[in-house]
Design a protein around this ligand. Structure first.
Ligand SMILES: [Mg+2]
Length: 721
C-alpha cells in the first residue's frame, strides 16, 4: 500500500472518529436536553393544572361551606343533601362530606347517609376536625380540601370535598406523549442532519487532507525516490533544491540525501579513477588502455584513419629490481613515467602503464613510419639522461620499443597489442635500446619462443635437463685440472636442443634463475661425491647468467649450495660474461668481491667479444679470462685474431691473472696456445663435453690424466667422448 494511501486512510479514520464522537456527543446532549425539556414541561403543566384544581377546590369548598352553615346549624338534612349534591354533580368532585365538631359524618350527599355518625380514620380527617382553618391535602389521584364551619364564634364542624386529579393527570400524560413524539421527530431530523454534515465534513476534510498529503509529503518523497534512482547513472539528475529549501523534516532529509549523494558520487569518481589508473605513476592502467584502444579503433575505422600502437619496455628492469630492491625499481618507474608524460603528452598522445615496466602509447593521426620513428626516437632520448634515485644511486636505462599500425598490421585490440609486443621483443633480441616496426614474420618468432619457453619449463619440472662436463687441461703438464659444466636439453629423438637457442629464452623468461641453481646444486653435489671417492680434486667451472648475478640473493644461493653439498669453495669456479657483469654494474663489484672472499675463482667468459674493457678487469676482481672461441678458431688464418689472443695472454700475465683458451679443435691450435703460455686449454681436440657417467668413467679408467705428477698426455680415444 502506498504511503499516500496509507496516510490518507489513517487521517480519514481519525477524522471519522472525531466527527462520529462529536456527533454522538451532540446527540447525547440533544437527548439530555429533550429529557430535561420534557420533564420541565410536564412539571410546569402539572403545577399549573394542580394550581388550577387547588383554586377550584378552595373556591368550591368555600362557597359550599357558606351554604352549609345554616342548614347544619338547623340540621336541615334535605338542604344539606341538596347542597352536597350540587357539588357532587360537578365532574371532578369525587366526594363531599359534612362532619360535626367531633368529626362524625353528618351527611355525605346520599339520602341513606349509610355512614352517619362514623368518623373517618384517615389522618387528613383528623387534621380537618381539629383545624379551624381550611386545609388541603394532595395525593397522586386526588386533592382533598377541608373548610371549618362557624356560626358566629361557634364551631359547628366542617366540610370536606375531594377533587379527582385523574383528568389532570390524563392531560399531563397525553401532553407528555405528544411532546415526546415531537421531540423524537426533532431528534431524527437532527440525527440525519448530523450524519449528513459529518459525511460532508469527512469528504471535505478527506479531500483537503489527500491534496495536502500529496503535495507536501508524497510528491517530495516521489521526487526523492526519482532522484535516488538516478544516483550512479550518467543521466542528468533532476534538482531537489525546492525540497532542500524546506524547513521541515523532509527538507532535512533532502539536504542529508543530497550531501550523501554528493559524497557517493565523489567516492564513485575516486573508485573509478583508481580502477582505471596505476597508483604508482598515475598513468592509465591496462583496463583503461583496453577500453580506450577499443574506442579509438572504432573511431579510426569510422573516420578511415590510421592508428599507431607503441609498446616500450625498460631494458633489464628486473635486474634493477633484484639488485637495488623494489623501492628503487618503483622510484625509477615513477621518474621514467614522468619523463614519458612530459615528452609524449605534449602532443596529447595517450600513455598507459601496461604492467610492470611496460608502457603503451597510442598515436592517433600518426600514420607514417617517419612520424612514428620521430616519436620512438624521442622516447629513446628521454632515457639518455641518468636517473637519480632516492637511495642516491645514479642509473642509466634504455628502452626497447615495438611499433604497429592499424589497420595495416591488425584491426583488433588483441592483434595490435600482440603485434606491438612481438616488435618490442624483437628490439630486445636486437640488443635493446632500439625500436622495431612489426612484421608478420615476428608472430612466428614469438610463437616459437613461447613454445620453447613452455617446453623448457616442462623439461625442468620433469627433471629432463642434464649437466655435461668438458675437461679443462693445464697447458703446462696436460693434466685435467677442472671441468666446465654445460647444460644439455635432450629430446626424445636423442637430439639436443641447441644451447644458444634455449639459454637466451631461459634468461628472458627468468627460468635461468631456477635452472642455474639446479645446475649449481647438481654440479657441486657430484664433485663432492667424486672427492669423497678420492677420484679427483679438480675444480668445476659453472657458467652464471647476468640474470642470476642480478638477483639480490645470488650470494646466498652460492653459500647455501656450498653448505648443503659440502664442496669446498676453492673447487668452484664461476664463469661470467662481460655483459653479465656490465648489466649489473652497480652491484656486481660487491658480489664478485664476496664470492672471491669465499674462495671462489671468477673467470670472465667469452673475453674479447664484448666491451673487452681493460678497466673492467681492473675494476672487478677476477682470477682469469677465457679467450672467446671465435679468436681461437681462426688464429691460423686471421693474423688479427692471433694478435688479439697473444695480447690477451700477455695482458693477463702482466695483470697476474690466468687465461683459458676454449674451442681448441686442432693440434696446431693446441701447441700454439700452449707455447704462448695460455694457462688452461679446452676444446674438442682435448676432450668433448661428456655426461656425468662418462666423466666418472674417464676418471676411473685414466686416473693419470688427473694426476699432477704423471707425464703429460691427451685423453685417450677422445672421439668417443
Ligand atoms: Mg663458459
Amino acid at each position: 500500500m502506498r504511503l499516500q494511501t496509507r496516510y490518507s486512510l489513517i487521517i480519514g479514520s481519525v477524522v471519522l472518529i472525531v466527527v462520529f464522537t462529536m456527533a454522538s456527543l451532540l446527540l447525547i446532549q440533544f437527548e439530555n436536553e429533550k429529557d430535561v425539556g420534557l420533564s420541565a414541561t410536564e412539571q410546569a403543566m402539572r403545577s399549573s393544572l394542580y394550581h388550577q384544581i387547588r383554586n377550584e377546590g378552595l373556591s368550591i369548598n368555600r362557597v359550599l361551606a357558606n351554604n352549609l352553615i345554616n342548614p347544619l346549624y338547623s340540621l336541615d338534612t334535605s338542604e344539606l343533601n341538596d347542597q352536597l349534591l350540587s357539588v357532587l354533580n360537578l365532574s371532578d368532585v369525587n366526594y363531599a362530606i359534612i362532619f360535626d365538631i367531633n368529626g362524625a359524618i353528618v351527611h355525605e350527599g346520599e339520602e341513606s347517609i349509610s355512614r352517619f355518625g362514623k368518623v373517618p380514620n384517615d389522618l387528613f380527617h383528623k387534621a380537618a376536625t381539629t383545624s379551624r382553618s381550611p386545609l388541603i391535602q394532595q395525593s397522586a389521584a386526588i386533592m382533598d380540601f377541608s373548610h371549618p364551619l362557624f356560626i358566629g364564634d361557634e364551631y359547628l364542624g366542617g366540610v370536606r370535598i375531594g377533587l379527582s386529579l385523574e383528568f389532570a393527570n390524563s392531560n399531563i400524560k397525553t401532553t407528555h406523549l405528544e411532546l415526546s413524539r415531537i421531540f423524537a421527530e426533532g431528534y431524527q431530523q437532527n440525527l440525519v442532519t448530523v450524519a449528513v454534515t459529518s459525511l460532508l465534513m469527512l469528504v471535505l476534510f478527506g479531500g483537503l487532507l489527500a491534496a495536502w498529503v500529496s503535495r507536501s509529503i508524497s510528491l517530495p518523497i516521489r521526487q526523492l525516490v526519482a532522484y535516488a534512482s538516478q544516483v550512479g547513472k550518467s543521466a542528468k539528475k533532476k534538482s531537489i533544491l525546492v525540497i532542500e529549501s524546506r524547513n521541515d523534516e523532509l527538507g532535512e532529509l533532502a539536504r542529508s540525501f543530497s550531501h550523501m549523494v554528493n559524497r557517493l558520487e565523489e567516492s564513485n569518481k575516486k573508485i573509478t579513477y583508481q580502477a582505471n589508473h596505476d597508483p604508482l605513476t598515475n598513468l592509465p592502467n591496462r583496463l583503461l588502455l583496453n577500453n580506450f584502444l577499443d574506442e579509438t579503433i572504432e573511431r579510426s575505422a569510422v573516420k578511415s584513419e590510421n592508428l599507431t600502437v607503441i609498446f616500450l619496455d625498460i631494458d633489464n628492469f628486473k635486474n634493477i629490481n633484484d639488485s637495488l630492491g623494489h623501492t628503487a625499481g618503483d622510484d625509477l618507474l615513477e621518474q621514467f613515467s614522468n619523463r614519458l608524460q612530459k615528452y609524449i603528452r605534449e602532443d596529447d598522445f595517450f600513455v598507459a602503464r601496461f604492467g610492470g615496466d611496460e608502457f603503451a602509447i597510442l598515436l592517433e593521426g600518426v600514420n607514417t613510419d617517419i612520424e612514428a620513428t620521430k616519436v620512438a626516437e624521442r622516447i629513446l632520448l628521454l632515457s639518455e639522461a641518468p636517473f637519480m634515485l632516492k637511495g642516491g644511486q645514479e642509473i642509466v636505462v634504455s628502452a626497447s620499443i615495438g611499433i604497429t599500425f592499424f589497420p595495416k598490421d591488425g584491426t583488433t585490440r588483441p592483434q595490435l597489442l600482440s603485434n606491438a609486443d612481438a616488435a618490442m621483443y624483437t628490439s630486445k633480441l636486437m640488443g635493446k635500446n632500439t625500436f622495431t616496426f612489426f612484421t608478420n614474420a615476428m608472430n612466428n618468432e614469438v610463437n616459437q619462443r613461447l613454445t620453447i619457453e613452455r617446453d623448457l619449463r616442462k623439461a625442468m619440472k620433469s627433471n629432463l635437463l642434464e649437466v655435461y662436463f668438458q675437461p679443462l687441461f693445464d697447458s703446462h703438464n696436460q693434466q685435467i685440472i677442472g671441468a666446465e659444466a654445460l647444460l644439455r636439453w635432450p629430446l626424445a629423438s636423442n637430439e639436443y636442443v641447441p644451447a644458444d637457442l634455449f639459454i637466451p629464452i631461459a634468461e628472458q623468461s627468468f627460468l635461468i634463475v631456477e635452472i642455474g641453481e639446479w645446475v649449481l646444486q647438481t654440479v657441486c653435489k657430484q664433485f663432492k661425491a667424486w672427492q669423497d671417492k678420492n677420484l679427483a680434486t679438480i675444480y668445476c667451472a659453472v657458467n652464471i647468467s647476468g640474470v642470476q648475478l642480478g638477483k639480490k640473493k645470488f650470494i646466498n644461493v652460492i653459500k647455501k649450495v656450498l653448505k648443503e653439498t659440502g664442496l669446498p669453495a676453492k673447487h668452484l669456479h664461476l664463469e661470467l660474461t662481460e655483459t653479465a657483469i656490465l648489466t649489473n654494474e652497480n652491484t656486481a663489484g660487491s658480489t664478485l668481491s664476496e664470492l672471491t672472499a669465499l674462495g671462489i675463482d671468477i673467470w670472465m667468459d667469452d673475453f674479447g667479444t664484448g666491451y673487452s674493457s681493460l678497466s673492467l678487469l681492473k675494476k672487478f676482481n677476477v682470477q682469469g679470462v677465457k679467450i672467446d672461441r671465435s679468436f681461437v678458431n681462426d688464429m691460423k688464418e686471421n693474423k688479427n685474431s692471433r694478435a688479439i689472443v697473444l695480447a690477451i695472454i700477455a695482458m693477463s700475465k702482466s695483470l697476474n691473472i690466468r687465461t683459458t683458451a676454449e674451442g681448441i679443435e686442432t693440434l696446431e691450435q693446441f701447441t700454439s696456445l700452449r707455447d704462448q703460455g695460455c694457462n688452461v686449454l679446452q676444446g674438442y681436440y682435448l676432450g668433448k663435453p661428456m655426461s656425468i657417467s662418462a666423466f666418472e668413467t674417464l676418471m676411473l679408467d685414466q686416473p693419470e690424466l688427473f694426476s699432477l705428477n704423471t707425464s703429460p698426455r691427451l685423453v685417450k680415444n677422445n672421439h668417443k667422448f
